[in-house]
Design a protein. Structure first.
Length: 203
C-alpha cells in the first residue's frame, strides 16, 4: 500500500510543479519553492513535512493548480510533530534550568567572597584606628613632657628653681645620715667616728 509520501513523490514527478502550496487548515497555507538542483523532490517533501499539513497543491508558474495530494494520515503527522516539539521543549527547559542553577551558584559564591572581603577590610580598618589612637596618645605624652621640661628650664633660668637646687645639693648629706637614723630607730648607738684613722677606745 502506497504511503502519503509515495503518492506525493509520484505527483511531483508527474506534474513537475514550479511551486507547491501546503495547507494545515482552511486559512493556514504556505508556499514552498521547488529548487532546480538534484534531489529537489526529496527536499520539497522534507519542507512539506516540516510542519503538519492536510493538503498539498501543485502549482505551475502562473499559479494554476496542476494537481493535489491529500494527507491520509494527518493524525500521525501531527502526533510526530507534537512529539518532536515536546522533545525540543524539554531540552530547552533543561538547558534553562542548568543556566539558572549555574547563575545561582555563581552569585552565592560571589556573595560569600564579598562578605569575607568586607569582614577582612573591617578588621584592617579597626586595627588602623587603634594604632592611630595609640600614636595620638604617645604624641600627647611627648608634647606634655616637652612642655614640662621647657617650664623647668625656664624656671631655672629665671632663678625660680632654688628649692630644687637645694634639694639636689642636700641629697648626699641625707644619704649619709640614713644609716645613723636606722641605728637610732633600732635602739643601737651609732658607731663613733674614727679619730686619726682609729676608732675611739681602741689602741
Amino acid at each position: 500500500m502506497d504511503t502519503t509520501n509515495d503518492k506525493l513523490l509520484a505527483s511531483l514527478k508527474r506534474h513537475t510543479p514550479a511551486k507547491v502550496r501546503a495547507y494545515a487548515g482552511d486559512d493556514d497555507a504556505r508556499d514552498i519553492a521547488v529548487p532546480t538542483r538534484r534531489k529537489r523532490w526529496a527536499q520539497v517533501i522534507e519542507a512539506i513535512e516540516a510542519r503538519s499539513w492536510t493538503r498539498v497543491e501543485l502549482l505551475d508558474r502562473s499559479g494554476s493548480v496542476l494537481g493535489y495530494v491529500d494527507n491520509i494520515e494527518p493524525a500521525r503527522e501531527v502526533e510526530e510533530l507534537d512529539g518532536r516539539q515536546s522533545k525540543v521543549r524539554s531540552e530547552a527547559e533543561w538547558i534553562v534550568q542548568l543556566v539558572v542553577r549555574a547563575q545561582r551558584d555563581a552569585l552565592t559564591f560571589r556573595d560569600a567572597e564579598v562578605s569575607s572581603l568586607l569582614r577582612a577590610q573591617g578588621d584592617v580598618v579597626r586595627e588602623m584606628v587603634a594604632a592611630i589612637h595609640s600614636l595620638h596618645s604617645i604624641n600627647e605624652a611627648k608634647v606634655s613632657a616637652a612642655a614640662d621640661v621647657a617650664r623647668l628650664q625656664a624656671q631655672a633660668e629665671a632663678g625660680e628653681g632654688g628649692q630644687l637646687k637645694e634639694l639636689l645639693e642636700a641629697a648626699p648629706l641625707v644619704l649619709q645620715a640614713i644609716p645613723m637614723l636606722r641605728g637610732m630607730l633600732g635602739g643601737q648607738q651609732p658607731a663613733a667616728a674614727p679619730v686619726n684613722g682609729h676608732a675611739k677606745g681602741k689602741p
